[in-house]
Design a protein around this ligand. Structure first.
Ligand code: HMG
Ligand code: MG
Length: 300
């Protein structure tokens, strides 16, 4: 049987915008978070404290986070990405109460994305998770390339399980499994989850599926059938990773909500309000909403 309710972690302001070529104004980023809250999202990844030389789009991280937190909505979490202690300290100074570390199950992707090996990344995360614990800050963990890597091809489910277990062991409350380039399908995602769930309780697992090949909702459904009840998604299907060429956006939040509504699973998100946010941010970026659900709802 499927989980009774699903927690959605909104990726639009971070994963959604990090790869935009033109710098998105800080005001627009803050406004996006406000509108997402208005649609009922309760966890909104707000920005990332990475190097501005690597990801210029997130260079206004401190300003975005402090402005968002100055008018934080009750019961809403605003996690931010932090690759190392330097990023964590900057996030903490801006008021962060939740951060996320991001590792990978593929060596080449780890090198291209965060300039170190998987083992080195885990060593960097350890002092970060300790500092977070001392400061009362929650830490989420990501594993990228959970079924395929843009540089290495297929990734072994065992490797994903190993990295996921290590992240939980160092104090992450949840580990989000990223199909960074969207090459997974219900069969490969299920095989990967089966391996992970031998090491990690399903209640600590989240799915983060990019929609490059249009399989993201199918992958969510396969994951729901295995008991996964937390999913990452980006309004309007925004985004992509700068270190994974050709990777398209996350699963669109409105596609996810449409399916979950149909399955009778509570999310707390209001579909029509969410589609309005998709239309607004897509217009701000100078394009039509990418998602099927937004296009269908807006055409009515
Ligand atoms: P590095 O160059 O190896 O770092 O980068 P370093 O420690 O050698 O430092 C070099 C310079 O960077 C120094 O400055 C540091 O101060 C600075 P300099 O002395 O040259 O002026 N620096 C920083 N500045 C700001 N914030 C920081 C920071 N750390 C060092 N936190 C680093 C290593 C990790 C910083 C770099 O590789 C980086 O920023 N990578 C960003 C990668 C990224 O943002 N990728 C996209 C997000 S992950 C993703 O999208 C996948 C996900 O969605 C899941 C999925 O889909 O799979 C999560
Ligand atoms: Mg991603």
């Amino acid at each position: 049987s499927l989980p009774a309710s699903v927690r959605i972690v909104e990726m639009g302001p971070r994963d959604g915008l990090q790869n935009e070529k033109r710098l998105v104004p800080t005001d627009t980023k803050v406004e996006l978070v406000r509108r997402l809250e208005g649609a009922g999202l309760k966890a909104i990844e707000t920005t990332s404290f990475v190097s501005p030389k690597w990801v210029p789009q997130m260079g206004d991280n401190s300003e975005v986070l402090s402005r968002v937190l100055a008018q934080a909505a009750a019961g809403v979490a605003y996690p931010v990405l932090t690759p190392n202690l330097k990023g964590f300290e900057a996030a903490l100074a801006a008021g962060a109460t939740e951060v996320a570390v991001f590792g990978a199950a593929s060596e080449s992707f780890s090198q291209k994305n965060i300039n170190c090996s998987i083992a080195e990344s885990l060593e960097r995360f350890r002092p970060l998770t300790e500092a977070a614990q001392a400061a009362g800050v929650k830490v989420r963990g990501y594993v990228s390339c959970v079924v395929g890597c843009p540089y290495e091809g297929a990734v072994a489910p065992q490797k994903v399980a190993e990295v996921a277990a290590t992240l939980l062991e160092m104090g992450c409350y949840e580990v989000s499994l990223g199909d960074t380039i969207g090459v997974g399908n219900p069969a490969s995602i299920s095989r990967m989850l089966e391996a992970v769930m031998k090491r990690v309780p399903v209640a600590r697992v989240a799915g983060h599926y990019h929609d490059t090949y249009g399989m993201a909702v199918a992958n969510v459904f396969a994951s729901l059938q295995m008991g996964v009840a937390v999913f990452d998604a980006a309004v309007g299907g925004l985004g992509g990773c700068p270190y994974a060429a050709g990777a398209s956006g996350n699963l669109a939040t409105e596609d996810l909500v449409w399916m979950l509504d149909g399955l009778g699973m509570a999310t707390g998100v209001e579909l029509d309000a969410l589609v309005d946010v998709a239309a607004w941010i897509s217009a701000e970026l100078g394009r039509d909403p990418a998602s099927r659900v937004a296009r269908a709802v807006l055409a009515k």
